[in-house]
Ligand binder design. Structure first.
Ligand code: NAD
Length: 495
């Protein structure tokens, strides 16, 4: 029988590392400044995090650059990089419970999700790129016989990874896997709300034999450490996941500095279209509920707009509400908890303002809408009906457990509403008609379209946005394109 873990007891014995990791060592910020790391479920401090700024970023980038130029990692045989990245994945697995606990304490998600979703997917991601990198071949162009053109992918150099707080480790892993496999050095800046797992895995990377200076972590505030990386003249690329607003700033930073490459994985307002001929309406409604309430709605591709064909709308709404009501909300360290705490007080207040906004705009609040009375940051699963596409709650990314239900008369109207957004990260359609499914998947402007499911995926399948959800892809071999330069070597052959 598997051991029942007392997560509260484990949390008491946990040691929290909050320093930066630069050149293979943990270091305080040069200024000595720190900020508090708060547990959103209790409001209590978990420890102090180094508040890195420009000066720390300068040191980290210089170390990353020196290691890159020395070739310890960048020119290491791909098979050897693979070996060490696999060792890194193994160490993460050995520390899976500790890392899951850090993730849950830091950002409030249920421990069952950290343990069953975030950690296994992060480990799988590191292993997948490790396994891939010694199987990726370069090309020879079909030139005339008088020359050979070798087309090779070279690592970029120093890549900054700036990531959000909703899936702190997984979003970092989606960057780290391909960045490191391709031979780059990396400076990772976690979100200030969720620095702990990034800081912890840095030591594991060193233990796995990844050379000092290859993998650096600079925790700190966005406007300080994030901005310094964006504007740095010696950073070759930024791999960003976060809001569209900050994504746009990174484009500006690039233009103001060295034209560094920028990959952007930004916000979303995913339409989940449920047609009357869905193969199983109950399954569609259940998936719709999980698609918005999972991770407290703090998911970039959350199905925040449910667009339902009129004839089945009431039936679907009833079922979604029943699933939402049945979800167990509360202490993230309780393994039975399905809905944890919002990441912090600021995000909680932001979501509550949107709930008020929905009521002011005339949408019908059918479920939830309130803060759960506790010391922490909890919001009930919430459902609005009678939403129209132009309402603010149908347009802006709420990033909380708030579903907007919009009624459509047929597929064409559903597609029009689905595309009526500045975002284009993901979309879904439920129908048993292959023609309708294909029509919708072609017409919906989104990086991924799910048919008869929601939020399915695999590390082998690319993920990323159209429109203001960004550009460039995480996951799959396509991610390597963001972290490599294409070089043609033209060899003239003597005749
Ligand atoms: P955010 O944009 O506020 O922060 C993201 C990162 O940018 C953090 O590390 C933050 O410190 C940094 N940052 C903030 N201000 C900055 C500035 N002025 N200059 C430089 N860096 C700065 O996003 P968030 O609130 O942490 O995360 C939520 C957002 O992330 C949502 O919009 C969500 O949709 C998006 N997201 C997208 C994906 C995707 O794959 N497309 C995945 C997860 C989350």
């Amino acid at each position: 029988m598997s051991e029942v873990i007392d997560w509260h007891a484990r949390a008491k014995g946990l040691s929290i590392e909050g320093r930066a990791f630069i050149g293979g060592r943990y270091l305080p910020a040069l200024s000595g400044a720190t900020f508090d790391c708060l547990n959103p479920a209790t409001g209590r401090s978990l420890g102090a995090i180094a508040a890195c700024e420009q000066a720390d970023v300068d040191v980290a980038v210089a170390r990353a650059r020196a290691t890159f130029e020395a070739g310890h990692w960048s020119r290491m045989a791909p098979r050897e990089r693979k070996k060490r990245l696999l060792a890194f994945g193994d160490l993460m697995e050995r520390h899976i419970e500790e890392l899951a606990l850090l993730e849950t304490l830091d950002m409030g998600k249920p421990i069952r999700d950290s343990l069953a979703v975030d950690l296994p997917l992060s480990i799988q991601c590191i292993r997948w790129y490790a396994e891939a990198i010694d199987k990726v071949y370069d090309e020879i162009a079909p030139t005339a016989a008088s020359a050979i053109s070798l087309i090779r992918r070279e690592p970029l150099g120093v890549v900054a990874a700036v990531v959000p707080w909703n899936f702190p480790l997984l979003m970092a892993a989606w960057k780290l896997g391909p960045i490191l496999a391709a031979g780059n050095s990396v400076v990772l800046k976690p979100a200030e709300q969720s620095s702990l797992t990034a800081i912890r895995i840095a030591a594991l990377s060193a233990e796995a034999g990844i050379p000092d200076g290859v993998f650096n972590v600079v925790p700190g505030l966005g406007e300080a450490a994030g901005r310094a990386l964006g504007l740095h003249m010696d950073v070759d690329a930024v791999a960003f996941t976060g809001s569209t607003e900050v994504g746009k700033l990174f484009l500006q930073y690039s233009g103001q500095s060295n034209m560094k490459r920028v990959g952007l994985e930004c916000g979303g307002k995913t339409p989940n279209i449920i047609l009357a001929d869905a193969p199983d309406l109950d399954a569609a409604a259940t998936a719709a509920a999980w698609g918005i309430y999972y991770n407290q709605g703090e998911v970039c591709n959350a199905g925040s707009r449910m667009i339902v064909e009129a004839s089945v709308k009431d039936q679907v709404v009833e079922k979604v509400m029943a699933v939402g009501k049945a979800m167990k909300q509360g202490d993230p360290l309780d393994p039975a908890t399905e809905l944890g705490a919002m990441v912090d007080a600021t995000q909680t207040e932001r979501v509550m303002r949107y709930i008020e906004q929905g009521q002011t705009e005339g949408a019908t609040l059918r479920l939830g809408g309130k803060r759960v009375q506790s010391e922490g940051c909890f919001i009930e699963p919430t459902l609005f009906d009678d939403v129209t596409s132009r309402m603010i709650i149908a347009q802006e990314e709420i990033f909380g457990p708030v579903l907007a239900t919009i009624t459509a008369k047929d597929l064409d109207e559903a597609i029009r509403i689905g595309n009526d957004t500045k975002y284009g990260l993901a979309a879904a359609v439920w129908t048993r008609d292959i023609n309708k499914a294909f029509k919708a998947s072609s017409a919906l402007r989104a990086g991924v379209v799910w048919v008869n499911c929601f939020d399915h995926g695999d590390i082998s399948s690319p993920f990323g946005g159209f429109k203001q959800s960004g550009f460039g892809r995480d996951k799959s071999l396509h991610a390597l394109e963001k972290y490599t330069e294409l070089k043609a070597t033209w060899i003239n052959l003597a005749s």
